[in-house]
Design a protein around this ligand. Structure first.
Ligand code: FES
Length: 348
């Protein structure tokens, strides 16, 4: 019985509750929501919610942009501080551009040895060919000459175009020793016959302190001095020269038979000897012989001559010494006559 009473009460309470809730409408969202939402668009055209959202959006954009620009300048100072660092990188790029010129000096030293494009073969030093001198050298098996004409160097094949005679610079012209043809030292042009064609010119290059054959490689061409530069007292094929150490050394290198005639410029016997020697060598025709007049104990004697006299044991002013292959093989302290020179040289 009790149980039934409770059930009735509970049911009553539930009905009450339902009733109360239906009267107040406090909970339309749950129960009558579908019913009330359907008629709303028709009768209740209240756009109220719309204007409500509109003013909200109008007010909102105003504050939004305000903080945004505020935030925007914030990153700006960042780049501002970056330019502050620019000087640092500016030194960096400077360093970046510096290494670029660094490689430049590297190839420069590499090109320096090229100059050492000092190519070609040295014919002679400038000291070997003083002004007015003729310097003979061998070019691929043929004789050639180098002349210094008033400071200008020229080279020609030493072959006269008449009949192939040897040539020598004499004053203002290159003169053939056989028939006196004359050539212009500047370009080899004929100035006087019988030659009709110019001397064959050789290209040379003057640089630093030497005269070079520019097109030749070392070993391809033999450039060897075979001529003397001292004063010639007499002779063409067999020269009688005023002594210089350079010519004397050259004669020894050339394996010449060398005659040394000691001479004092104050001695009458020596002067007579000198005249006989000029007469003898003026006609001698032996290319393997060369003679030097060497001063001895006089005002013109230099240290080279003193050293050589001492080395050869000379003690008389008209001594004659003959050397073969650089070695003294004859020594006679006596005056000679013209015929004695050829005769004594022939014995050796
Ligand atoms: S060979 Fe030179 S002039 Fe005769």
């Amino acid at each position: 019985m009790l149980k039934e009473k409770y059930i009735v009460r509970i049911m009553t309470l539930l009905v009450c509750c339902l009733f109360l809730s239906g009267c107040t409408g406090t909970d339309p969202s749950t129960g009558p929501a579908p019913t009330s939402s359907a008629p709303m668009p028709a009768g209740d055209d209240t756009p109220t919610p719309v204007p409500t959202s509109a003013p909200k959006s109008t007010a909102e954009p105003t504050p939004v942009p305000t903080p945004e620009p505020t935030a925007t300048p914030t990153p700006d100072p960042m780049p501002t501080s970056e330019p502050t660092l620019t000087p640092a990188p500016s030194t960096a790029p400077t360093a970046t551009t510096e290494p670029t010129p660094e490689p430049t000096p590297v190839p420069t030293p590499e090109s320096t040895p090229t100059p050492t494009e000092p190519s070609g073969v040295l014919i002679a030093t400038l000291a070997d060919v003083p002004s007015g001198a003729t310097f003979e050298f061998d070019l691929e098996g043929e004789k050639a000459i180098l002349v210094n004409f008033n400071g200008d160097y020229r080279a020609y094949m030493n072959r006269c175009t008449h009949k192939g005679g040897p040539n020598e610079l004499q004053g203002e012209a290159i003169v053939c020793q056989w028939h006196d043809s004359k050539f212009d030292p500047n370009d080899g042009a004929v100035e006087q016959g019988p030659a009709a064609a110019p001397l064959e010119a050789i290209a040379i290059e003057v640089r630093d302190d030497g005269i070079y054959l520019p097109g030749a490689a070392a070993g391809d061409t033999t450039a060897e001095a075979v001529s003397f530069t001292g004063e010639v007292l007499a002779g063409t094929t067999t020269k009688y020269l005023v002594f210089t150490k350079a010519d004397y050394d050259l004669a020894l290198r050339m394996k010449k038979k060398v005659l040394l005639q000691f001479y004092s410029n104050w001695c009458p016997t020596c002067a007579a000897d000198d005249n006989y020697a000029r007469a003898a060598f003026g006609v001698m025709d032996d290319p393997d012989v060369v003679a030097f007049r060497i001063n001895y104990q006089d005002s013109d004697t230099d240290t080279d001559e003193e050293d050589l006299a001492r080395e050869l044991g000379v003690s008389s002013r008209f001594t004659k010494v003959i050397l073969v292959d650089g070695q003294p093989v004859f020594n006679q302290p006596a005056p000679w006559k013209t015929d004695d020179y050829a005769k004594e040289l022939a014995k050796i």
